[in-house]
Each structure stands twice: as structure tokens, then as C-alpha cells.
Design a protein around this ligand. Structure first.
Ligand code: NAI
Length: 328
């Protein structure tokens, strides 16, 4: 295709933005033959920093990069957008209650959802990275009634990738030999990384591990609390790995998942696996032809059921909280 794909990135001057934009421009998001046009959305005080990043993008002379626009106006940023990566968000600061956090993010994701509704291309695909990602995606989706609901997704691919690496370390397997791992629920400490359907070189992963205590006491908390461990070690939150996961998420969605494997995406629930309809919850999905489908028919054992339910309960509470604020 000769006409470029328009990719909008919000929070472009932040640390994930810095790790993400160069990979998009080099062709890793959409594919090595797909030209891209970047639109960077930032708040007014950060426009200068976004300009600096754009200068560096120019200096890479990426053959696929067909232009960069920088703006603080969501209507301009999402005009004709085919892919939107919503990275910029309001972080939780000391003493901030959950309600305050949700309200502050409502002030970002509601207008952005409306701007997507009014300006984006018909094939728009949205990935929300900014936390609380699932509920921010819910808010944006609610503000975009003309866009099919399934185009609003939230990122749990970083959790998926973290789980793959932890499982590879434990079993001595290569990451590439592990298939069909699933993250269920919320991108938060309640998320549930599920290995019961995963395969390691064709064998059932839970049987290879054969250690339920390790799963419950080491694996699950390590994956779920990895973000905090990175902050503790690095003095800053995950950025390159988050950008990498965003690239993976969109690449899978656009270009498909391989036969015999699946990925994890936060998507609007259709009620599958007992998750209330409309909640943006992480599921195992396969992708083909630019759309995704929930993997159906998996048996959910008692160990998994309790953990999925707990994370979904948290999502339901977040939805109630943003409902009370009139955001959805
Ligand atoms: P950062 O603070 O370095 O950058 C955020 C950027 O967003 C800033 O440049 C800020 O000016 C911008 N911004 C704020 N409000 C905006 C608005 N209304 N429109 C456009 N831009 C806006 O943060 P970082 O490290 O890049 O992280 C971004 C978000 O991603 C955070 O919410 C973080 O919690 C989340 N995150 C999510 C992960 C996931 O797995 N889902 C993993 C890691 C981070």
C-alpha cells in the first residue's frame, strides 16, 4: 500500500512515547512495507519536548515515515487516525484516592474518546496503555458511540510477556517454545496469569511445572507485581518493555496471531467466561484479518475461577465508580 497509515500517539513526550515512536516509524508496529504518518498529541507544556523527539525521528531518516504532526488538540490528533495509542494518562500521586484518579483520567479519556468518535478513520483501532488502562478504555469507548465497541482495547500484553519470561526461566524452556498463555482480568495487581492451558514445547505447562505452590506464591505475584519491582529497581516505571508490548499488541491485531497460539488483550466482554458484558477485561484471543476473537471452550478450573472472578470484581467496581462520576 502506498498511502500511509496514520498512527496517533498520546503522551508522545513521555518515557513510553520515547521508546515507542522510533519502533513505529521503523516499521515494527505494522510491518516492514507499511508507510506511516505519525500524529503526536501532548499537553501544551510538553509540545516542545515532543518537537525534540520529532527532530530525532527526522534524523533517523526512516524510509517508511511519511510525516509527523504535533498538536495539543485531540480533534487534530485523531483526524483520519487508523491506529490510536493512548499512552498519556494522569498518574496516581501521593494521597490521591481511587475516585480522584478515575476522575482525573476521565478528564483525559472522555474528550479523547469523543475526538476519536468525531474524527478518526472508519477502521480506527484503539489501544489504551495509560493506567488504569482497562477503565480508561471503558471511558473512551463510552464517549465514542459511533465507533464499534470492539475497537477499544486495553494493554495486558506486557503482563503476558512478563509471564512468558517467568515461565521460561522456571522451566528452562525457550520463550518461543511457550504457547497459549493467558492473562485474565484487569491490568492491575489482581490480574491472573493462567498457565493451565499453556504449552511448553507441546506439553501442558502446568504439568511441566508441577508445582501449584510456585504458581500461587511465586509466579502469579511476580508477574502481577512486576511493575512495582521495576520502579523499585530502576527508579522509573517500565517504559521500553511497555512500548514493546504496545508494538506487539497492535502488530498481532493487525497482522494476526500464529496458528496454534494466542495472545492476551483487554477487550470489551461479550459475557464469555462469566465476565459481565461490556467490562474491558483481558482474554485469550486469536487475531486474523484485522480483527480478534475470544478463544472459546477452555475449561476453567477452581484455582483459575477464583482468581478470574476476583480481578473481574475489581473491574466491576471501577465501572461503578466511573458510572457514579457520569463518565460511562
Ligand atoms: P510519562 O509521565 O513519562 O509520560 C506521560 C506523558 O503523557 C507526559 O508527557 C504527559 O505530558 C502526557 N499527557 C498527560 N496528559 C495528556 C493528555 N491529556 N493528552 C496527551 N498527553 C498527555 O509516563 P509513561 O512512563 O510514558 O507512562 C504512560 C502511562 O502508561 C502511565 O499511565 C503508566 O501508568 C502507563 N503504563 C501502562 C502499562 C500497561 O501495561 N498497561 C505499562 C507501563 C506504563
Amino acid at each position: 500500500p502506498d498511502s500511509p497509515v496514520t498512527v496517533t500517539v498520546t503522551g508522545a513526550a513521555g518515557q513510553i512515547g520515547y521508546a515507542l515512536l522510533f519502533r513505529i516509524a521503523s516499521g515494527q508496529l505494522l510491518g516492514p512495507d507499511v508507510p506511516v504518518r505519525l500524529r503526536l498529541l501532548e499537553i501544551t507544556p510538553a509540545l516542545g519536548a515532543a518537537e525534540g523527539t520529532a527532530m530525532e525521528l527526522d534524523d533517523c531518516a526512516f524510509p517508511l515515515l511519511r510525516g509527523i504532526d504535533i498538536t495539543d488538540d485531540p480533534n487534530v490528533a485523531f483526524a483520519g487516525a487508523n491506529v490510536a495509542l493512548l499512552v498519556g494518562a494522569r498518574p496516581r500521586t501521593k494521597g490521591m484516592e481511587r475516585g480522584d484518579l478515575l476522575e482525573a483520567n476521565g478528564g483525559i479519556f472522555k474528550p479523547q474518546g469523543k475526538a476519536i468518535n468525531d474524527n478518526a478513520a472508519d477502521d480506527i483501532k484503539v489501544l489504551v496503555v495509560g493506567n488504569p488502562a482497562n477503565t480508561n478504555a471503558l471511558i473512551a469507548r463510552a464517549a465514542a458511540p459511533d465507533v464499534p465497541a470492539e475497537r477499544f482495547t486495553a494493554m495486558t500484553r506486557l503482563d503476558h510477556n512478563r509471564a512468558l519470561s517467568q515461565l521460561a526461566k522456571k522451566t528452562g524452556a525457550a520463550v518461543g517454545d511457550i504457547k497459549k498463555l493467558t492473562i485474565w482480568g484487569n491490568h492491575s495487581a489482581t490480574q491472573y496469569p493462567d498457565v493451565f492451558h499453556a504449552e511448553i514445547a507441546g506439553k501442558n505447562a502446568a504439568e511441566v511445572v508441577n508445582d501449584e505452590k510456585w504458581l500461587a506464591d511465586e509466579f502469579i505475584p511476580t508477574v502481577a507485581k512486576r511493575g512495582a519491582a521495576i520502579i523499585e529497581a530502576r527508579g522509573a516505571s517500565s517504559a521500553a518493555s511497555a512500548a514493546n508490548a504496545a508494538v506487539d499488541h497492535v502488530h498481532s491485531w493487525v497482522n494476526g496471531t500464529p496458528q496454534g497460539d494466542w495472545v492476551s488483550m483487554g477487550i470489551p466482554s461479550d459475557g464469555s467466561y462469566g465476565v459481565p458484558e461490556g467490562l474491558i477485561s483481558s482474554y485469550p484471543v486469536t487475531c486474523a484479518g484485522g480483527s480478534y476473537e475470544i478463544v472459546q471452550g477452555l475449561t476453567v478450573n477452581e484455582f483459575s475461577r477464583a482468581r478470574i472472578d476476583a480481578s473481574v470484581q475489581e473491574l466491576a467496581e471501577e465501572r461503578e465508580a466511573v458510572r457514579a462520576l457520569g463518565l460511562v
